[in-house]
Design a binder for this molecule. Sequence first.
Ligand code: CDP
Length: 224
Amino acid sequence: MDKRYISVAIDGPSASGKSTVAKLLASKLHFLYIDTGAMYRAYTLAVINKGLDPKSESESNILIGKINISFDDNNHILLDGKDVSKEIRENVVADNVSYIASYKEIRLFLVSLQQEIAKGKNVVMDGRDIGTYVLKDAQVKIFLCAKEEERARRRYLENIENGRETSFEDCLANIKKRDYIDSHREFCPLKQAEDAIILDSTDMKIEEVVEKMMEIIKEKGIEL
Ligand code: CDP
């Protein structure tokens, strides 16, 4: 990794608030924000749209190198040039994304895209394997967690706000299922990097989490 550029890696379980705080942090720092979860979600959406079975690795692998996943200037995710930022948040994608994310070849395809996007830039990147694999030389690594019930509550409120049909129980079940699959897959499981700082956001407001992250960055002696 080019040491002239700064990378902030934020990993953690589902709905721990990574995307929300990572986005705010990146805008405070004037860094590029890269939401890797959105990329796994976009791949999952492509599999579903093409009528392939996300539970089948060989069927899902068919799209490797054949679809285009990118971000526009507003950080909206594009699938073959089309803005799919709303579609990737639908329940059907949330229900299937962890299968797709457990397939090694698909991960290698998306990881190389992620590293390409981050090349030669100051970035905040969030996901599950950023500090352990994608940007393992990142100067700042944070593992953001929160109690399961609180994460489910946040996701429930977020879904309601966006008009998505949902119940607290469904959110909790989806979070538990994804965390289980994400932590138990063979290749690049969700894991805290040895040199990551743990931040428990259960009782913290969004702004407090962002402030705490800014402190962590300053304590590392990084010149901004
Ligand atoms: O926002 P939320 O925490 O619900 O999840 P996300 O960050 O959008 O990620 C969706 C899914 O993509 C996760 O449950 C993982 O299965 C997968 N993922 C991954 O495996 N590795 C990453 N670096 C990012 C996401």
